[in-house]
Design a protein around this ligand. Structure first.
Ligand code: G3H
Ligand code: ZN
Length: 284
């Protein structure tokens, strides 16, 4: 069923595993990720950035596509449709009214007081609709859609606790050195801060930039209360690799089903690997 992230993440935190957020780019992603979740008996979060939502024809199309696919595949595991890096109250409201079950308000780029104010406003509307809310503090490096960050700014543990208490958000993404897209060298995550934030803040933590983080760091993050890990780039890399291989081997191929089909299998396998690594398999 379609649900918010709230219970999903509380369960994950309690039982020390993380639920993967896998970002959607088109129909093949919806099919691959939902089938992976069902096969693995894993809860799952479908992440939709504003840019990807626009690409797929709008939030309403995304919700319709997900609902229809769940029905067609006979999905029984808990699924959340989550706005990823919502840039404003308006964007979150649009997603909520389109039927998203969860939203992220990313007001991490402005002043702290502004972050508190807009996150609170989103929480008020979202909770009225039974929708969960994620907020962010600090700056995740790299680029995702139109969100570009030059440097990385670590979240301040005191501010994290204050943001959680003053807004009523359901989960918090403290930026602690993670990066969107591939890492240059080994990631250097702020585990000392993560441990502090994880024990002070009562809510589950979210780790952005899940692509390229070694398993030992994933396990450590989970042990400090990280209950949601976002992955997008890894699926894109594996998808593109298969499309390139198939087209290179078959220069006359034009039927999209013949190259997108195999790449859909690659996305599914990648997602299954992450679910096992995050420990969410067999938890639904
Ligand atoms: O919000 C989405 C994620 O943080 C994705 O990060 O593309 O590096 O896997 P990634
Ligand atoms: Zn992110």
């Amino acid at each position: 069923p379609l649900v918010s992230m709230k219970e999903m993440l509380e369960e994950a935190k309690k039982n020390r595993y993380a639920v993967g957020q896998f970002n959607l780019n088109n129909l093949e992603y919806v099919q691959a990720i939902l089938q992976a979740a069902e096969d693995e008996k894993s809860p799952v979060i479908l992440g939709v950035s504003e840019g990807a939502g626009k690409y797929m024809g709008g939030f309403g199309v995304v919700v319709a596509m997900v609902e229809a696919t769940m029905k067609a595949q006979g999905t029984t595991v808990p699924v959340a449709i989550h706005l990823d890096h919502g840039s404003s109250f308006e964007a979150c409201a649009k997603a909520i009214h389109a039927g998203f079950t969860s939203v992220m308000i990313d007001a991490s780029h402005g002043e702290f007081e502004e972050n508190v104010a807009v996150s609170s406003k989103v929480v008020e509307l979202a909770h009225f609709h039974g929708v969960s809310v994620e907020a962010e503090l600090g700056v995740v490096g790299g680029q995702e859609d139109d969100v570009i960050a030059d440097g990385v700014i670590y979240a301040d543990p005191k501010e994290c606790q204050e943001l959680v208490e003053r807004t009523g958000i359901d989960c918090l993404a403290p930026a602690l050195g993670s990066v969107h897209g591939p890492y240059k060298g080994e990631p250097n995550l702020g585990f000392k801060e993560m441990e502090e934030i994880g024990s002070a803040a009562s809510v589950p933590l979210v780790l952005h930039g899940g692509t390229g983080i070694p398993t030992k760091d994933i396990k450590r993050a989970i042990s400090y209360g990280t209950s949601k890990i976002n992955v997008n780039t890894e699926n894109q890399i594996q998808q593109a690799k298969v499309v390139r291989e198939v087209l290179a081997a078959n220069p006359d191929m034009i039927d999209p089903r013949k190259y997108l089909g195999p790449s859909r299998d690659a996305i599914k396998e990648t997602v299954i690997g992450k679910m096992r690594e995050f420990g969410s398999s067999n938890q639904a």
